[in-house]
Design a protein around this ligand. Structure first.
Ligand SMILES: NC(=O)C1=CN([C@@H]2O[C@H](COP(=O)(O)OP(=O)(O)OC[C@H]3O[C@@H](n4cnc5c(N)ncnc54)[C@H](O)[C@@H]3O)[C@@H](O)[C@H]2O)C=CC1
Ligand SMILES: O=C(O)CCC(=O)C(=O)O
Length: 427
């Protein structure tokens, strides 16, 4: 074989898929086959049952009208109503939203909630929009998807660049359309509108519990551990605070504009105080490193808590952490997962590690339905129990079936929706 051909083949092998939807299909198929299901089950679960694309006209502050594109994907509702966040981001696309809804089904299975997975997104950059424009966009989105969502159909929540204010506008719009107060339509609301104690910090709480459990397995003590976190928004910043308070040394954090590094540990309280509502803080500093450099820092625990496709075939061999815990959705590709696993790094996958958010969203929905509210201690205690059990289920499945933690998590997560679909006679 000629030298050029060898190089070409090598390049082809190195080329990896960054398509979140098709990569998810590969792992779902593997999980279903390992569980003993046939092709029919895979045909059912390989893509969402419903995908709605909407165009939302919004009057901008300068008087012009801008048309935004939005999506709502409902993966599988055999277990119950679908559930999942809404993302406002310039790079949102249909395949990403589909994959995100499939991951929500898996998360709900892993933490055993009575839901299937849903997810939504709008192509926009909220960092460049006024509050008025954001409110009109949020309300327009709810009007556009109102036929397929609702407290017993599909329940949205916050995700990247959306927050409790946006949830409040969406809840108000839905309640106006239905002509009755509907707090159970959406979760992640402000407390005064039926939000749950603990929801704002729930994703980070869940990640922290997974880190504690993973650290026990690896004999690492959180106090003194060197931690690097990519992303300083809802998930990343509260996580940094929890670990900092537990005595860890958070040596690196980042946002969309760069990363901060201090081998002696960053002052997380100071950074929390200075970050803006979009999780931006690095713009205030000059001595920055890049997000790429951040991921390769020498540390014990690495937490990608921002966007997808961050650990890939290109950089997985350079990751120095002994534990990687995915707070973000989809931060590691299939090839990245393989390289980390082959190198003996304990990778706690997104569908497990980031499931604290939807768990407390479920608690919020339950409280809305019963009209009786729990204290933060009660919420946190319930969350702790659910997450420790979920972590150990996935860890033991990985050990017993000799598979990596991602495949084990998919196996645990896919079982409930598969069984529910079978009992309903769909497959
Ligand atoms: N908020 C929640 O309840 C949950 C969030 N997640 C996932 O956690 C991740 C972060 O979400 P949130 O913290 O809620 O979002 P957020 O909007 O509060 O913060 C996002 C953070 O990521 C940073 N970021 C954005 N683009 C980036 C880029 N290109 N490179 C590096 N950093 C970038 C932002 O600057 C910000 O610090 C997402 O993958 C999300 O899907 C998962 C489960 C629940
Ligand atoms: O809180 C929820 O319902 C969903 C959170 C979410 O979108 C996620 O876990 O990715």
């Amino acid at each position: 074989m000629g030298a050029t051909k060898v190089v070409e083949e090598k390049n082809q092998q190195m080329e990896e898929s960054l398509n979140l939807f098709t990569s998810t299909q590969v792992v779902i198929k593997e999980a279903l086959m390992k569980l003993g299901y046939n092709e029919d089950m895979y045909e059912l679960l390989k893509e969402p049952l419903r995908m709605l694309t909407v165009r939302i006209p919004v009057r901008m502050d300068d008087g012009s009208v801008k048309i935004f594109t939005g999506y709502r994907s409902q993966h599988n509702d055999a277990v119950g109503p679908t559930k999942g966040g809404v993302r406002f981001h310039p790079e949102v696309n249909e395949d990403e939203v589909k994959a995100l809804s499939m991951w929500m089904s898996l998360k709900c299975g892993i933490v055993d909630l009575p839901y299937g997975g849903g997810k939504g997104g709008i192509i926009c950059d909220p960092r460049t929009m006024s509050m008025g424009e954001l409110e009109r966009l949020s309300r327009g989105y709810v009007r556009a998807i109102s036929q397929i969502v609702g407290p017993t159909k599909d329940i949205p929540a916050p995700d990247v660049y959306t927050n409790s204010q946006i949830m409040a506008w969406m809840m108000d719009e839905y309640s106006r359309l239905r002509e009755y107060d509907s707090p159970g339509f959406i979760t992640g609301k402000p407390l005064v509108l039926g939000g749950s104690q603990g929801r704002e910090k729930a994703t980070a709480q869940g990640v922290t519990i997974c880190i504690e459990e993973a650290a026990k397995k690896r004999g690492i003590s959180i106090a003194g551990a060197r931690v690097v976190i990519q992303g300083f928004g809802n998930a990343g910043s509260f996580l940094a605070k929890f670990l900092y308070d537990a005595g860890a040394k958070v040596i690196g954090i980042s946002d969309a504009y760069g990363a901060l590094y201090d081998p002696n540990g960053l002052d997380i309280d100071y950074l929390l105080d200075r970050r803006d509502s979009f999780g931006t803080v690095t713009t205030l500093f000059e001595n920055k490193i890049s997000n790429e450099e951040l991921l390769e820092l020498d540390c014990d625990i690495l937490v990608p808590a921002a966007i997808s496709n961050q650990i890939t075939a290109k950089n997985a061999a350079n990751i120095k952490a002994s534990i990687v815990v995915e707070a973000a959705n989809g931060p590691t590709t299939i090839e990245g997962t393989k390289i980390l696993t082959d190198r003996g790094i304990l990778l706690v996958p997104d569908v497990l590690a980031s499931s604290g958010g939807v768990t407390v969203s479920y608690f919020e929905w339950v409280q809305n339905n019963q009209g009786y509210y729990w204290s933060e201690e009660e919420v946190n205690e319930k969350l702790h129990k659910v997450l420790v059990q979920a972590f150990n289920n996935v860890y033991e499945t990985a050990q017993q079936r000799r598979v990596n933690m991602r495949l084990a998590a998919y196996m645990v997560g896919a079982r409930k929706m598969s069984e529910a679909s079978r009992f309903r006679g769909w497959v």
